[in-house]
Design a protein around this ligand. Sequence first.
Ligand code: PHE
Length: 466
Amino acid sequence: MAASSVGHENWSSRSAFILAAVGSAVGLGNMWRFPAEAGENGGGAFVLFYIFCVLLIGLPVLLSEVLIGRHGQANAPESVRRLARDSNASGGWGFIGSIGVFAAFLILSFYCVVGGWVVYYIGIFAGDLFQTGLTGGAFEGRAAEDVEGLLPGLFGNGAMMVGLNLGFLAATMFFVARGVSSGIEWVAVYLMPLFFLLFLGITIYGAFTGNFGDAVAYLFTFDFSKLTPAVMLAAVGQAFFSLSLGVAGMMTYGAYANRETNLGHTSGIIAGADTAVALLAGLAIFPIVFAAGLSASIGPGLMFQSLPIAFQAMPFGSLIGLAFFIMIFFAALTSSVSLLEAPTAWTYERFKITRPLATVIVGLGAAVLGVLSALSFNTLGEFYPLGFIPLFAETNFFDTLDGVTAKLFMPIGAILTCIFVGWIADARLIDNENGLDGGLHLLWRVLVRFVCPIVLTVILVMGLLA
Ligand code: PHE
């Protein structure tokens, strides 16, 4: 394959595209970040505003991104540039894609750190299952503090953190290096169905054994007073993170879609599936956490600390725990693959090198940043790279990357994408691509031209000043 023909490698079918895009969207963002953010930001108010963001902002931006990619048939910056040129606008708009590619690279670096924790927990639960047998609760005979201490225990072990991080990154690189159909599509087509199977089982299990009523009340009781600008910015950031938006990932995947694919419908399926998984993840995790009498608001520790304690008291706890973390692993891998693909596609097209070489170059860069993120939990715990900015005061390297990408890069990337698609790109080209008709088409135009850029700018500015 010629080095410049990234867009000419295509998904083998529309369902392969959907599985890959859903695979990108569904990941640690749904299972780990969403419940943690909801818990930290007061539950119902955050959740309802999040749904609002997905429908009115995320979905139109998602369609805009895949549309840019499909039109351009190339890596993200090049696709934006092509649509700009075809619209008689400046090729300089390509920088929207460049910012996205850079943000995807940053996210990849810390995403693989958390992916490494997931691998660690798979190992822990597998060992435990071996000891306690199939029917027993997890970690029988061990104190809850012990179980909670597993994560700090891992954090304290810098070498292990780095090793797991690099292992997860290497797995991601393996599939991206193999290319669109035999690598990226392969993981999505095999792992996503398995993910959904496990997810369904665990959700039903959680609903029957846990405190379902409390979880529903917690997630869906809307207390308007809790909806502060900071909560709104967190919800927007979470919506973008979860839908893989503002970082060129969906543009890159859109470039492998063929002309027949209806992008409007496909975007609806992707956003619908992603949101359903996030909400169901909340409805699976919180009942288990509440049934064990634990707090909802402990943040990132929710999935890695509270949940394993809850598994202790449950029949088949070891088995469910193992299944749970394997499921998370599948979801995380299909997402990290898309995070690596965006910068890789750019690197190999831009510098006309082979895909495997580009994968290695990007992967090595992510490894360096990843090590700094992994060490944020121990040796570099006191290192606050953006400490001079109030929003990031006392924020370590890992949390700085997470915050900067979700709260700055993603919303800014989305605002610029909306301005570009809504105002700069030739409307006739856009109308040809979007697959919407009548009222939906009009609605989408209004959202992209006016609602999204204005609402996003207001939330961004208010959230940053708060
Ligand atoms: N959406 C992914 C998740 O929820 C993360 C991601 C963000 C992937 C941006 C690609 C691009 O885990």
